[in-house]
Design a protein around this ligand. Structure first.
Ligand code: GDP
Ligand code: CA
Length: 336
């Protein structure tokens, strides 16, 4: 079975671990978000790709959910001694090695997809990790700022989230997205998949950014495989992070049902909502033309996460079987 998943950082990576446990024999391709990427101290940093790589490669700081295990901060301490900021973003020494390799390879002319493949080789990753694009696309967030002309200013997503702790957002801008192209292998992985999964990653600044790269949303919508997503919103709020703020910025209600409607029935075939908090959302999602099931959606343990992934695969299998039966009926009646 070929599974293709779109993924952000921490939420996506945790879910992917459960997916690999649920489908140990599957060939899994992960299309990663690059909208959070930035350059700092001359280093190119890809937080979401690295979170997936470290998590699936066994190098993640488990409690934190991002960054390296047993990390040290010698470089950060020295920078502080020099008075060199920014003080809101600390890079660990081990993490810096990843960014050095990436920056050096990019500088030598390799596209991000090849750089990512090279980095992942070291980690013997059990999936193929593809950046959604080799082009530079950066998520910026428009926030209120009384001192700025017009009372608003746009900041890089990392500054919005890490330095500002996600104040109310007015708009989300994907800088450079219009001219970006899907990275090599992305459209093929979508077209050739048996199942397409949207993990409970941020629907705006993770999965939304991937889908907005010209060609990707259409490829997912047109794919032969069933597309099943899991709600990152449980009981009217994000489990962690700032999905509530960025959903509000794009005019979407913060609920499990509204996120499904936002993706839309042209994209999604199936949707999972949380059984404890959101069974009431099932009828509304189904009314939008999307098959919906309520199952436990908290990634509180590896077992719970595996069960979530299994539920997504079960729903996909059910949808594929229904589609095949409908096709048989159609051809049957045509030959009658
Ligand atoms: P990021 O790039 O590190 O922000 O990670 P993602 O975009 O991949 O995932 C962030 C989303 O994961 C947030 O919107 C959370 O609500 C969601 N999330 C995190 N943990 C859980 C969980 O246990 N269950 C569900 N359903 N969603 C979760
Ligand atoms: Ca992210």
């Amino acid at each position: 079975m070929r599974i293709t998943a779109l993924a952000g950082g921490v939420g996506g990576a945790r879910f992917l671990r459960g997916l690999l446990a649920a489908a140990p024999n599957a060939t899994v391709t992960v299309i990663g978000n690059i909208g959070d990427d930035m350059t700092m101290h001359g280093l190119r940093i890809c937080p979401d790709l690295d979170t997936v790589m470290y998590t699936l490669g066994g190098g993640i700081h488990e409690e934190q959910g991002w960054g390296r295990t047993e990390e040290t901060f010698g470089v950060a301490d020295e920078l502080k001694a020099y008075g060199v900021g920014p003080d809101w973003f600390t890079l660990g020494d081990k993490d810096i090695a990843t960014h050095l390799v990436r920056t050096q390879m990019l500088g030598a002319g390799y596209p991000l997809s090849e750089v990512t493949e090279a980095l992942c080789t070291r980690w013997e990753l059990p999936v193929r990790l593809l950046p959604s694009t080799d082009d530079r696309v950066e998520t910026h967030v428009v926030v209120d700022d009384a001192e700025a002309p017009g009372g608003r200013r746009a900041v890089h997503f990392q500054e919005y989230w890490v330095r500002m702790h996600a104040p109310d957002a007015r708009a989300i801008v994907s800088v450079g997205v219009e001219s970006a192209k899907p990275a090599p292998g992305v459209l093929e992985a979508i077209a050739e998949a048996d199942v397409i999964v949207l993990p409970p990653s941020n629907p705006v600044v993770s999965i939304g950014t991937i889908l907005d790269i010209p060609g990707i949303r259409r490829a997912v919508a047109d794919a032969a495989a069933p597309v099943v997503g899991l709600s990152p919103i449980v009981g009217g709020g994000p489990v962690r992070g700032m999905a509530d703020k960025v959903l509000a910025a794009v005019g979407v209600e913060v609920s499990a049902a509204a996120v499904a409607e936002h993706y839309g029935a042209d994209l999604l075939d199936g949707w999972l909502v949380d059984a404890d908090a959101d069974t009431g959302a099932v009828a509304r999602v189904e009314a939008a033309g999307i098959a919906c099931r309520a199952v436990p959606l908290m990634m509180s343990s590896p077992q719970a996460t595996q069960a979530m992934a299994q539920a997504a695969l079960d729903l996909a299998a059910e949808l594929a079987a229904a589609k095949a039966a409908a096709a048989r009926t159609a051809t049957g009646s045509a030959s009658d």
